[in-house]
Every structure is written in structure tokens, then in C-alpha cells.
Write a protein that binds this ligand. Structure first.
Ligand SMILES: *Cc1c(COP(=O)(O)O)cnc(C)c1O
Length: 423
């Protein structure tokens, strides 16, 4: 019998029945029938502690016995207060205010609305458009779709339905580029700002790693330069760290590589260790204090029903405690060494005719194929090797759980490479 579940991004005519997951432990999940698969993607990059982590599960159980949910309108609770304090402690200096919501997309909607209202309150209502980058992906809601790459992105079908914003070219200088190498990227950004800054409220970017738009890994110098340009043109800088936050690029936040504080920063995926959907939009004092005023327009009119959900906040606190107590940045560095050794240092891989590029940053690695067709069937083939891989377009990538052992990391990269050797 076919299931009434409508799967995301699925082609309904060609999709096959989805395997049913009945549980999981560590970096593996188990399918009905007993097959276990090593998850190379940690479930869309959020299950950073793997499945069934005892401390995270216990935290949810404990919180469920006390308080599962209460509205944050006019009320507060200990997990929301404590998590907000922790987030302001670990994020770049100056981000002192936390607005909760229930997903990365909504967290970005909050950021964009905040930026537009910030300029409105300062008497600059003309600054109501956004500046985004090509290759960007910021989510699937309408506001977010409008700031995703309008050409190669997955939402071009909706162009007529979406508000129009501005786009600068995607940065091209790689992570380890010299400062001079980002000058061309910054000049392109400057050109758009010079022309349109009068109507631009904020520059949005996924710092260092444009993730779903093609795993484009870019330079910390670009972040520094972008910060300076935003200050020069009175434009807020918004970092979408939904994917990069919590260690994915090798530091706690991508912003940490550049010592840059954005005006607004959005966290989600790894926030709760993936155990519940939640997001946090952090704002600087400058942004927050602009909303302190006497007119009714000073209120920020946003409030998702489930914002600050106690279960989500409680498990986020536990996730962060495990991350810090168990030295996750060291684990990420160890995974990075394996990724470099097995992928970057493999000359035979780079020489494969179907391989366009190989990139590694933190606990992220991608083999970019010349053509998406070269990856047709890779998921089924990987499953036969006991690994769950799900490419995006022409990008075969891994973003493993940080508890993945070195041996399992090698198994994942062997499988990724094996596909190209076989093809
Ligand atoms: C996944 C993602 C989002 C959207 O988050 P959802 O929780 O799926 O709404 C936004 N920005 C980036 C960078 C992401 O990777």
C-alpha cells in the first residue's frame, strides 16, 4: 500500500518507497528488517551527536515531566532564559539578544524582518530590500526563497511569486586564499552596494560555506571585507549560520574564523543536536536598542506559536554541554584530518574525468562532479556498502555526526571515492 506521506523534493512519478527507519544509535540508523546504515549526512546536518545519545534523550525525558510547552508571549521559563544566556556567551562578542523560532527558515524570516524594521525605525524606510549572494540557500518559505540563488537554486519556478531583491556574485576565493585573492569578490560586492545601498537593509550570507547551493567554501577575508562594506553603506550584516553553526566549519561558528561579529546571526540545525526543530535569531545591542521606543511601530510583530519551546531549549542546553565537555572541536579536527588525507590527498580521485573538484572544510567534504548525471544511482549503491549518502545536484558530500569514529569516517570517504572509481 502506498503511504499518504508526501516526501520533500521528491519526484512523485519516479520515487520508490522510502525505507522505514525504526531506530538508530551513534552514527547509524536501523531500517525495518534490520539493515543498518552509516549516515554520512547526519540527517540534513543536524544530528551532530548521532542517534539516541543518552544525555540528550534523558534531557528531553526529564523536561517532558516538568513542562512540555508554554507560550512565550508574556511568559518565560528557565530553559528559554538559560539557553539565551548560553547562546550570547558562545556567539561572537556583541550578540546579546535572542529571538526564538521553530526552524531555520523562520529564523531567517525573523532576521530579514528585523533588518527592514531596524531601518524603518531609524527613518530610512526606503531600505526595504535585501542583498544576497548567488549560490545562496536560506530556506523554503517565501521570504527565504526570494533570497536563494535565483538561477541555479531550486526555487526559480516561483520567480513571479516572490519579492525582488539584489544579488552579488558568489565569492570565489577559497578558504585558504591570501587576503589579496578576495579583492575581486569584494569589488563585485561593492559594485552592487554602490548602486543600490539606498534601498538595501541587509546583506545576507552563509559565511564560509554556501551549503545547499553547492558547498562553496570561501575565505574568512571575504567576511572581514563584507563587514567593512556593510558599515560603509549603512547595511546590516546577517550571518545565516543555520548550517555552519556548532562546529561544522571547524570552529564553533564560521564567524569565529574571521573574528567578525554580524549584526544578526541565525542558528538552527545543530542547535538542539537535531533532536527537535528550533532556531535562534541573535541580534546586536545596536539592532535591539533601535526597537526601544514609544511608538506602537517599535514592537517587533512576530511570534511563532512554538518559539522557545521548553523541550527544544532544554535539549539544546544539553547538546551544548556535551559539545563543550567532550571536546567536540577536537573531534571535528580529527574528522577533518581524515577527510583531507582520504579525499584531498588522493591524486587519483582528482584525476577522475567525472570529478570537477574536491573540497574539505571542518567536518564537511564534497566531491563535485562535472555533471549531476554522474551521481545517478549513487544512493542505492552506497546503501549496498552500508552507507547513507544523498547528493545534492552534482555534489556528493558528507557532513557526518561529530561522534563518527575515524574508521567510520574512512568508510564514508571510501564509499564516496568508490562510486567514482566504479562509474
Ligand atoms: C537548512 C538551512 C536553512 C533552512 O532551515 P530549515 O530548518 O530547513 O527551515 C536555512 N539556511 C541554511 C544555511 C540552511 O542550511
Amino acid at each position: 500500500m502506498t503511504s499518504p506521506v508526501w516526501h520533500p523534493y521528491a519526484h512523485l512519478k519516479t520515487q520508490r518507497p522510502a525505507p522505514k527507519v525504526i531506530g538508530g544509535e551513534g552514527p547509524r540508523f536501523t531500517l525495518e528488517g534490520g539493515e543498518t546504515l552509516l549516515d554520512a549526512t547526519c540527517s540534513w546536518w543536524c544530528m551532530i551527536h548521532g542517534y539516541a545519545h543518552p544525555r540528550l534523550v534523558a534531557a528531553i525525558r526529564e523536561q517532558a515531566g516538568e513542562l512540555c510547552h508554554v507560550m512565550l508571549g508574556g511568559l518565560t521559563h528557565e530553559p528559554a532564559d538559560r539557553l539565551a544566556r548560553e547562546l550570547t556567551r558562545i556567539t561572537p562578542e556583541g550578540l546579546n539578544h535572542v529571538f526564538y523560532s521553530d526552524s531555520g527558515s523562520v529564523g531567517m524570516e525573523v532576521a530579514m524582518k528585523m533588518a527592514v524594521q531596524y531601518h524603518q525605525l531609524r527613518g530610512r524606510p526606503g531600505k526595504h530590500r535585501l542583498l544576497s549572494l548567488m549560490k545562496a540557500y536560506h530556506g523554503d518559505t517565501a521570504g527565504c526563497m526570494a533570497v536563494c540563488d535565483p538561477e541555479e537554486g531550486m526555487h526559480s519556478l516561483f520567480a513571479g511569486y516572490l519579492p525582488r531583491h539584489h544579488f552579488a556574485p558568489a565569492p570565489t576565493a577559497p578558504f585558504d586564499a591570501e587576503p589579496e585573492a578576495v579583492q575581486a569578490d569584494l569589488a563585485a560586492l561593492r559594485a552592487v552596494l554602490e548602486r543600490h545601498h539606498e534601498e538595501i537593509a541587509a546583506l545576507l550570507m552563509e559565511p564560509l560555506l554556501q551549503a545547499a547551493g553547492g558547498l562553496n567554501m570561501t575565505s574568512p577575508h571575504y567576511l572581514k571585507g563584507a563587514r567593512e562594506l556593510c558599515d560603509e553603506f549603512d547595511v546590516l550584516l546577517v550571518f545565516d549560520e543555520v548550517a555552519t553553526g556548532f562546529g561544522r566549519t571547524g570552529r564553533m561558528f564560521a564567524a569565529d574564523h574571521a573574528d567578525v561579529t554580524p549584526d544578526i546571526m541565525v542558528l538552527s540545525k545543530g542547535l538542539t543536536g537535531g533532536y527537535l526543530g528550533h532556531a535562534a535569531t541573535l541580534a546586536s545591542d545596536r539592532v535591539h536598542d533601535t526597537f526601544v521606543g514609544d511608538s506602537p511601530e517599535h514592537a517587533f510583530m512576530h511570534g511563532p506559536t512554538f518559539m522557545g519551546n521548553p523541550l527544544a531549549c532544554r535539549v539544546a542546553l544539553e547538546s551544548l554541554a556535551v559539545f563543550e565537555e567532550e571536546g567536540y572541536l577536537d573531534k571535528i579536527a580529527a574528522l577533518n584530518r581524515v577527510l583531507r588525507e582520504t579525499l584531498l590527498d588522493d591524486a587519483a580521485l582528482a584525476a577522475q574525468p567525472s570529478v570537477a573538484d574536491v573540497r574539505v572544510l571542518g567536518a564537511t567534504a564534497v566531491i563535485e562532479a562535472r555533471d549531476g548525471a554522474a551521481l545517478a544511482g549513487v544512493g542505492d549503491w552506497a546503501r549496498e556498502q552500508g552507507v547513507w549518502l544523498r547528493p545534492i545536484g552534482r555534489w556528493l558530500y558528507t557532513m557526518p555526526a561529530y561522534i563518527t569514529s575515524e574508521a567510520d569516517m574512512r568508510r564514508i570517504t571510501d564509499t564516496m571515492k568508490g562510486w567514482f572509481r566504479r562509474a
